[in-house]
Design a binder for this molecule. Structure first.
Ligand code: URA
Length: 241
């Protein structure tokens, strides 16, 4: 099977090699090969069948797949479209190709969100059976006691069942680092509320092995090939290299 050929320059730009102009320079310098042959400016590739290398390193994933990490600001919703017309995370990213958020963050939650058009990786990262770690910083009301922290760690009774064990550390008396691998709706907020300490600010700081402290709210960047690989490993339950 083959699909619509896409310009090589676009493939490289989407993968984060730079602007289309810079990507043309990389191609013109003979640094790119398609199916083992030095690529030409203006060349198009079939994303399903062609293999692309830059400086001898294979792109490694299908050239028409794109992967971004966004630092989601508060107030932006993480569905692909909103019937009420509120801003969505998709509005913050390039429109072509169309990407979808991997899982959801609440409108009020900030932090790392992956967006991609790779349905396989999305499935792996969001399916509860794969259990990829997600780390959050939660600013809570009051100072949770040791027993409240223990309850968060061991499992909290919620209306959709007891939560799985979580890793919870008090960085400051009212600032918790919480690592969960389930993805239930508003889970961290509901866990904290259930032990008497509602969340006033929630930021996701890690997904599997992926972290980024450089992106300002609303900023995004392409994932590197190494990051994509590590997420694939994490979602398959294999520790990164
Ligand atoms: N837990 C929450 O309560 N909200 C999120 O957005 C993510 C995890």
């Amino acid at each position: 099977m083959s699909s619509e050929p896409i310009r090589l320059q676009k493939v490289l730009a989407l993968r984060g090699f730079g602007s289309r102009r810079v990507c043309d320079d990389i191609i013109a310098a003979g640094r790119v090969k398609v199916d083992g042959k030095v690529a030409l400016l203006g060349q198009r590739v079939d994303p399903e069948t062609c293999s692309v290398e830059v400086d001898g390193a294979p792109l490694g994933v299908r050239p028409d797949y794109v992967y971004f990490v966004l630092n989601k600001p508060a107030g932006v919703i993480s569905t692909a479209s909103d019937p009420q017309g509120r801003p969505t995370v998709v509005d913050l990213l390039p429109r072509d190709p169309r990407v979808f958020p991997v899982g959801r963050l609440d409108a009020d939650t900030e932090g790392l969100l992956i967006l991609t058009n790779d349905g396989g990786l999305t499935h792996h990262l969001t399916h509860p059976s794969f259990g990829v770690d997600k780390e959050y910083l939660a600013l809570v009301d009051g100072n949770p006691s040791r027993s409240a922290l223990r309850e968060l760690r061991e499992g909290v009774e919620l209306d959709d069942g007891v939560t799985a064990p979580a890793r919870v550390t008090a960085i400051e008396p009212n600032l918790l680092r919480i690592v969960i691998h389930e993805g239930r709706n508003r889970q961290v907020r509901r866990m904290c509320e259930a032990v008497g300490h509602p969340v006033s600010r929630l930021v996701r700081t890690r997904i599997g092995t992926l972290t980024d402290t450089t992106l300002a709210p609303g900023e995004w960047r392409p994932l590197t090939l190494e990051e994509i690989r590590e997420l694939e490993f994490a979602s398959a339950g294999i520790p990164g290299r």
